[in-house]
Design a protein around this ligand. Sequence first.
Ligand SMILES: [Zn+2]
Ligand SMILES: [Zn+2]
Length: 241
Amino acid sequence: MKQISDDVFFIPGQDEFIPDSHVYVLGKPTSGDLTVVDAGLMGKGVYKIESMQKLGLALSDIKRVIMTHTHLDHIGCLAEIQKHLPWTELWVHTLEAEPLENGDERTVYGMEMFQSMCQMQYGLEPGAFNFKVDKKLEGTETLKIGGSAWETLHIPGHSSGSIALYNEDLKVLIPGDVVYADYAIGRFDLHGADAPALRDSLMRLAELQIEILLPGHNRVVTDLPAGYILKTAKQWEPYLK
Ligand SMILES: [Zn+2]
Ligand SMILES: [Zn+2]
């Protein structure tokens, strides 16, 4: 748990046999306008909220949760967070907002076998992931939140409605599960995944100037070498057809 910059805070996931996604909190604390990016795995809501408090953030300043995408390891504890912070809005890319509102859980679980396993393990009822989405993102917006500007980019491939958040001034990229540290990329075999689209999304991210990479899992990188994403994309290109 730490402060990455003036207006980016990092709460690491606490993986179990299923990973728990990292959470980033965006916004200058003085702005009174904080954004939580992703939630995490079932049962991790209290940990995430207590971490925000330990970082000195005022919970009443948290205005919204933006999901990079709606896989179980990112959305599992969203309901827990909403229970503690019931005033927060939920912002999701339109392609994953619609299934979420219709109770179509195929994106959340990714595959049928995983669905029955998780429902059993965590006592989840069918229809547990049915949320009202307050803002449907297109992935073309510039969000003026918390005292800085974050571009949204639609980067499908890992899931249909994956988005990245990019801050050009800070050279920070939050790519969800599309690209990680150590030349790793997100899996592309789950419901809604699309390997050629993932390649195109990586090539698009490769055009950005990035110094700080804040992925959904594993290491965060605060001194990203130039050309890192292009190199990653090129390494994976033979598999992304
Ligand atoms: Zn994912
Ligand atoms: Zn994930």
